[in-house]
Design a protein around this ligand. Structure first.
Ligand SMILES: [Zn+2]
Length: 172
């Protein structure tokens, strides 16, 4: 059942958070934003999300203060996570971990590492070396063994993610 309009009337903080991030595609768009994907075309090609849906989600996330729309050059528009958006990192990492444990047939397609310690984050997003939960700006996404055997990506984002990538830094 789609989220009804009465969702907004719920006082629960989770219901209010889901008003912002609970629609289909939204969390995957945000995942790509953490990977450093900033442009509409790149999001469209990497996710395969219909353009009208992507436009609506980006507008809603911008309206909610999760993304910021920037125009760094002529005819170039980028969507960048705000501090409010970057604060979703523990949510996305935890959801990724849950998926790894309970839903996926091919785990470890991506691995998240604390840059300073060069160590893989645990399921709670903590680094086993320094015992902190580093913010996304201190985390790299690496291609994992689960990618082996998959066809070579043909779009720029998939190709760029074959190398380690610091979260939040522009990917393409
Ligand atoms: Zn560490």
């Amino acid at each position: 059942m789609p989220l009804g309009s009465d969702y907004a009337s719920q006082a629960c903080s989770m219901a209010r958070a889901l008003e912002v991030v609970g629609e289909r595609w939204t969390l995957l768009i945000l995942r790509d934003c953490f990977y450093g994907v900033r442009r509409f075309t790149d999001l469209h090609r990497h996710l395969g999300v219909p353009k009208a849906v992507l436009a609506a989600r980006l507008d809603a996330l911008t309206e909610a203060g999760v993304l910021r729309r920037e125009e760094p050059g002529p005819a170039r528009v980028e969507y960048v996570l705000t501090a409010r958006g970057a604060d979703l990192w523990p949510v996305l990492h935890a959801l990724y971990g849950w998926g790894e444990r309970h839903t996926t047939a091919v785990p470890r397609r991506r691995i998240f590492r604390h840059v300073g310690c060069d160590a893989e984050l645990d399921g709670a997003g903590r680094c086993p070396v320094c015992a902190t939960a580093p913010g996304p700006g201190e985390v790299e996404v690496h291609p994992g063994p689960g990618l082996a055997g998959e066809p070579e990506p043909t779009e720029p984002v998939g190709r760029a993610l074959l190398a380690p990538q610091r979260l939040l830094e522009p990917l393409t």
